[in-house]
Design a protein. Structure first.
Length: 289
């Protein structure tokens, strides 16, 4: 026993105790290349079937989503769509009449003033007469009281509701959007607005629409709170022209796109005026030198 202790405590004993033991274990070769041909074919087939099944399941899941029933508006050949084209003044005039008689009962155009119609769709005298048909609350006067006066060219189009809460209360909780920038505010622009106005129809089989809503495949969710605003009846315009639903929707799109185009024309005119002024100034400096 004493000899064993001496051996353990000696250098050779410590070396034996401190030497790490190496255990060799056989490694399994599980690479795809080492598999037999029949197993390779089986695994490949299984992978293809699994991927195809996952893709089919995804397609079936996507196909039953309600959002797939939403239609994208087609592209219409608008006569004012070209870079050198412009709005037809007669159509803009009819579009204003459609807005005034149909759309203004629920929708505002608060960023459009009566003066914006002068020289575009009406004469100055005509626009003054149109503006004077409304009463505007103004003031205060010298006694501090508010008063009403006839409208004038600088006034903006009147709103159909005094505030947003009144608008929602009158439309089953839905807020009618302002139409000043509606063409620019919707994806698809004029094509979307025209398709929405003319796209009301009966819901397809299996689709139910809650009471108070209307089915329209172009509206996100297909259920819209706005009743069909344009019916298939003849409307006689101021110029004696008679139009049905498609033409009325067409001219409504024209008035909806007036304000953005007017602003674009103003910016273009300002840019050209600035450029001409800078060019003239630079030319004078060059001649002075």
């Amino acid at each position: 026993m004493a000899a064993l202790r001496v051996a353990v405590l000696s250098g050779s004993g410590r070396a034996l105790l401190s030497t790490p033991r190496t255990i060799h274990t056989p490694k399994a070769n599980m690479s795809f290349a080492s598999l037999p041909r029949n197993k390779k074919v089986a695994l490949t087939t299984l992978g293809v079937v699994a991927a195809g099944g996952a893709g089919l399941a995804l397609m079936l899941h996507q196909s039953v989503k309600a959002s797939d029933l939403e239609l994208h508006p087609p592209q219409y050949p608008w006569s004012h769509g070209g870079p050198l084209s412009s709005l037809d003044h007669a159509s803009v005039r009819r579009g204003y009449q459609v807005y005034k008689q149909v759309c203004s009962a629920c929708h505002s155009m608060e960023y459009l003033a009566f003066r914006n119609l002068v020289g575009v769709s009406h004469t100055e005298a005509e626009v003054k007469a149109i503006a004077e048909e409304i009463e505007v609350v103004d003031g205060p006067d010298e006694s501090g009281e508010m008063f009403t006066r006839p409208g004038k060219l600088s006034d903006y189009f009147p709103k159909p509701y005094p505030n947003a809460e009144a608008a929602r209360a009158a439309n089953n909780g839905a807020m009618p959007p302002d139409l000043s920038y509606i063409v620019n505010a919707r994806h698809g622009g004029e094509d979307y607005v025209f398709s929405l106005l003319t796209g009301y129809c009966e819901p397809p089989a299996g689709v139910s629409v809650r009471e108070g809503l209307y089915y329209n495949p172009y509206f996100p969710g297909q259920a819209i709170g706005m009743a069909p605003p344009i019916y298939n009846e003849v409307l006689e315009f101021d110029d004696g022209e008679k139009r049905r639903v498609l033409s009325r929707a067409h001219v409504h799109v024209r008035i909806s796109g007036v304000f953005p185009k007017l602003k674009k024309l103003e910016r273009t005119h300002l840019t050209l005026t600035t450029y001409q002024g800078l060019s003239r100034h630079g030319h004078m400096i060059f001649l002075a030198r």
